[in-house]
Ligand binder design. Structure first.
Ligand code: 6PG
Length: 464
């Protein structure tokens, strides 16, 4: 009998996804550009091999799948996807569905959807290799009817939260990949804020990696329960096999990035959506890789971080600051999604997105469950104004301020937490300072301004 689905690209993620599909009882046909990879994959699939059909040509792959076909592409984002589509589409029937499951830029997915000569879906898959193998979060984009065709397979293989699949249709065109990009932007900010707290513990408070590990492990049992806090504790506890030193002492402090967080920051500018925590996290990664410049700066100006002495914040204050920063970051991320939804006419549903992120993905956390509930009940699309989180912020913003002040006083850079605090302060300042900006704009360019009294005279005395 023929396979129910096909998969192209047996790299780490593709192989894991194929095994996951087979394990859930679906027959799958697979193909990789290098035939030996396909054979090796099949040979090592153990008892799942019976559900997997290895194929050596694209034609054989297509032939092995039942009609109407569905084929998942798990190839590197970018040109490889276009090339694969170009090679595959002519072999397919008019109802055969191509699903790009890589980390595509959603603009590419929009274009591929428009140009597609047959059904096409772009789906965001999160959770790394482990997630792909045992249950990722899946963010679907494209035509709802196409999603519905493969939803039985995608929901079966996805992560579950209290039995509810973390695989959902987000919206038309590139909506799935867009939501995945914002997920990754939030991922960057979550990671950065944890790293900033680690900086305070290490440089301000003199904690050894072991003690840092204990702090994160404890926090993972509280309101900050999340995959990223959990693994941060594990990273801090890890020992380097080669040297016996704490692993954190041997890892170079320069962060890599494939670019999804950066795409989010760029897109936020197009949408005029304020996401300062995420932008700060992208900037921090960029700065981290400029190690020579930072060494030169330290030589010229002296080291930034100095021990905090008696001024150390309590661990409870640090935990509370991280909670506050996290809420503010997610408030920004969800607002950006709402802005995109309007701009692109996508009707993205914020509670569904929060629900989809509750398990399987990298940013999964206990708090996302509360966010799903809060966003469903809130009249505002900003989490800050949803009762449950309004109260959380009321309880924690003083701690965020204390921690950011302590960082500033002791030379410890806290870009994402600091950006969160500034966002918070801006968002609770009814009378801002843009009157000055408007005055300046009118002065040099007669751009005009609105008046509080509503009068028509919209220029300063410098206007002729
Ligand atoms: C996920 C991750 C995944 C990958 C990122 C890493 O949700 O599973 O986000 O997609 O780890 O692409 O991104 P950087 O290389 O940019 O850190």
């Amino acid at each position: 009998s023929k396979a129910e689905i096909g998969l192209i690209g047996l790299g780490t993620m593709g192989a894991a996804l194929a095994l996951n599909i087979a394990e859930h009882g679906f027959d799958i046909a697979v193909w990789n550009r290098t035939a030996s990879v396909t054979q090796g994959f099949h040979a090592s699939a153990g008892e799942l091999a019976a559900r997997i059909t290895p194929t050596e040509t694209l034609e054989a792959l297509v032939e092995a799948i039942a009609q109407p076909r569905a084929i998942i592409l798990m190839v590197p984002a970018g040109a490889a996807v276009d090339e694969q589509i170009a090679a595959l589409r002519p072999l397919l029937g008019p109802d055969d569905l191509i699903i790009d499951a890589g980390n595509a830029n959603f603009h590419d997915t929009n274009r591929r959807t428009r140009d597609a000569t047959g059904p096409f879906l772009g789906i965001g898959v999160s959770g790394g290799e482990e997630g792909a193998r045992h249950g990722p979060a899946i963010m679907g984009g494209g035509k709802r009817a196409d999603w519905d065709r493969v939803a039985p397979i995608l929901t079966a293989i996805s992560a579950k939260h209290d039995g509810e699949p973390c695989a959902n249709w987000m919206g038309e065109e590139g909506a799935g990949h867009f939501v995945k990009a914002v997920h990754n932007g939030i991922e960057y900010a979550d990671m950065q804020m944890i790293a900033e707290i680690y900086g305070i513990l290490r440089d301000g408070m003199g904690y050894t990696p072991d003690r840092v590990a204990d702090v994160f492990a404890r926090w993972n049992d509280g309101p900050l329960q999340s995959y990223l806090v959990e693994i941060s504790g594990k990273v801090a506890a890890a020992v380097d096999k080669k040297t016996g030193k704490p692993l954190l002492e041997v890892i170079v402090d320069a962060a890599g990035q494939k670019g999804t967080g950066r795409w989010t920051a760029i897109e936020a500018q197009h949408l005029a959506a304020p996401i300062p925590c995420i932008e700060a996290a992208v900037v921090a990664r960029n700065l981290s890789s400029r190690r020579d410049a930072r060494a030169e700066g330290e030589r010229l100006f002296g080291a930034g971080p100095v021990p905090m002495g008696d001024a150390v914040p309590s661990e409870a204050a640090l935990e509370s600051a991280l909670i506050c920063g996290k809420i503010l970051c997610y408030a920004q991320g969800f607002e950006m999604i709402a802005a995109a939804s309007e701009q692109f006419g996508w009707s993205l549903d914020l509670p569904t997105i929060a629900r989809t992120w509750r398990a399987g993905c990298i940013i999964r956390s206990a708090m996302l469950d509360d966010m799903a509930t809060a966003l469903a009940e809130a009249s505002s699309r900003n989490l800050m104004f949803a009762d449950f989180f309004t109260r959380k912020i009321q309880d924690s913003h003083a701690d965020l301020r204390q921690v950011v002040c302590a960082g500033a006083a002791h030379g410890i850079a806290l870009p994402a937490l600091g950006a969160g605090l500034s966002y918070f302060d801006a968002m609770r300042t009814a009378r801002g300072t843009a009157d000055m900006i408007q005055g300046q704009r009118d002065y040099f360019g007669l751009h005009g301004f609105e008046r509080f009294d509503g009068r028509k005279d919209q220029h300063g005395p410098w206007a002729g």
